[in-house]
Design a protein around this ligand. Structure first.
Ligand code: ATP
Length: 358
């Protein structure tokens, strides 16, 4: 198993910079998700790690050894793409065993490993079926198995679940995680779906517009986003961010949110003045003595929870409430509080988090 270090990695296509100054070390056996919107440079990064694309600058080290000039076949990486690449004229078994056969693995060992991976991915009953005609879900499962069976030291997956249906995606999230636990490969997983990244990854690297914005554990990124992009991108719905004014009151620091109210915040190392006031929809607590109010514009009921759409214009927010209390109706006003410790402030000029207590 292998540590991957990206040092100042960059890629330009003519005048266009697809990736700039990426620094990221992925530990041996770690599962890191590269997360970001379409076009942010995730696949470009992945293709350089795999050896399909030459960097314009920087280094890629596998266990300390620069592999930039090493061809893909000699890097020891397994790669699964969004579009499964299955040989449809072969059976499921032949597809799964393909890489082992190419490596010259002896027959008994080949059969043992093929059977084991089929069992792990619930493909055993299908082993002798021709691959042609199987569903997209199953074909992607075979593609994952075919790469995993050769036990590459590094396993790269680029949006492997984006073409499968939602129910199957949920199942596969669990199976991929189990697969990685079993083989302990270093795993890099590209996705634009924050839920996939949050549920599977040991650490998430959030990217936007060719830049790495933040790296951390899912919980750290959820709780302590370093800027407004990460704050809004992580979470479903993302963090509420409203304009306000930081002020000193006789009871400590507050953020004045105009007609919405004034919220007490922990003492921060920031001057009074304009700030962006952030709080997660899950941290809204209906509270008849709460300091904040917003009108309810509509209510989405999603099973066990409701998403309240609050306010209008710049003062818009969402609240996620459990359905054990009857949610307010559109037109009513929600009075609520937010735990001061859960409030995050951002600089309106840069979008960066204003951190640290005084
Ligand atoms: P997606 O999920 O849509 O694939 P991504 O984050 O993986 O997004 P990349 O595929 O890495 O994004 O692309 C990053 C940027 O680089 C995009 O703007 C893309 O158009 C551009 N790009 C990628 N490959 C090339 C190329 N061969 N020539 C020119 N521009 C390219």
């Amino acid at each position: 198993m292998t540590e991957i270090a990206l040092n100042n990695l960059g890629k330009s296509f003519g005048p266009f910079t697809a990736l700039s100054a990426m620094n990221l070390t992925i530990a041996d056996g770690e599962f890191v998700a590269l997360l970001g919107p379409s076009g942010c440079g995730k696949s470009t990064t992945m293709n350089m790690i795999a050896g399909m694309l030459q960097p314009s600058e920087g280094e890629i080290l596998f266990d300390g050894r620069n592999v930039v000039n090493l061809p893909m076949a000699r890097r020891g990486v397994g790669f699964v793409f969004q579009n499964y690449a299955i040989f449809t004229h072969m059976s499921v078994r032949e597809n799964l065993a393909y890489g082992l056969r190419a490596q010259g693995v002896a027959r008994a060992e080949r059969e043992r490993r093929t059977a084991a991976i089929a069992e792990l991915l619930q493909l055993t009953p299908l082993l002798d079926r021709p691959s042609a005609g199987l569903s997209v879900n199953i074909l992607q499962r075979i593609a994952i198995g075919r790469s995993a069976v050769v036990e590459p030291a590094i396993f790269l997956l680029d949006e492997p679940l984006s073409n499968v249906d939602a129910a199957f995606r949920a199942v596969m999230r669990g199976e991929l995680k189990a697969l990685q636990r079993q083989f302990r490969q270093t795993m890099v997983y590209v996705t634009h779906d924050q839920l996939e990244a949050m549920t599977m990854a040991d650490r998430i690297a959030v990217m936007d517009q060719g830049k790495l914005l933040q790296t951390g554990t899912p919980l750290d990124i959820y709780n302590n986003p370093q800027n407004t992009f990460v704050a809004r991108f992580i979470g479903a719905p993302g963090m509420n961010i409203l304009p306000g004014t930081l002020a000193q009151s006789d009871r400590g620091m507050v953020v004045d949110l105009g007609s919405m109210g004034r919220a007490a915040v922990p003492a921060v190392a920031a001057r009074p003045g304009p700030v962006l006031f952030g709080f997660r929809p899950e941290q809204v607590t209906p509270d008849s003595h709460g300091a904040l109010t917003l009108p309810v514009s509509f209510v989405e009921r999603i099973g066990a929870r409701s998403i309240l759409h609050l306010g209008a214009g710049a003062a818009q927010a969402k609240a996620v409430l459990d359905n054990d209390t009857t949610p307010p109706k559109p037109g009513e006003t929600l009075r609520f509080s937010v735990d001061p410790q859960a409030i995050r402030l951002f600089d309106p000029a840069t979008g960066n988090a204003i951190g640290g207590s005084t």
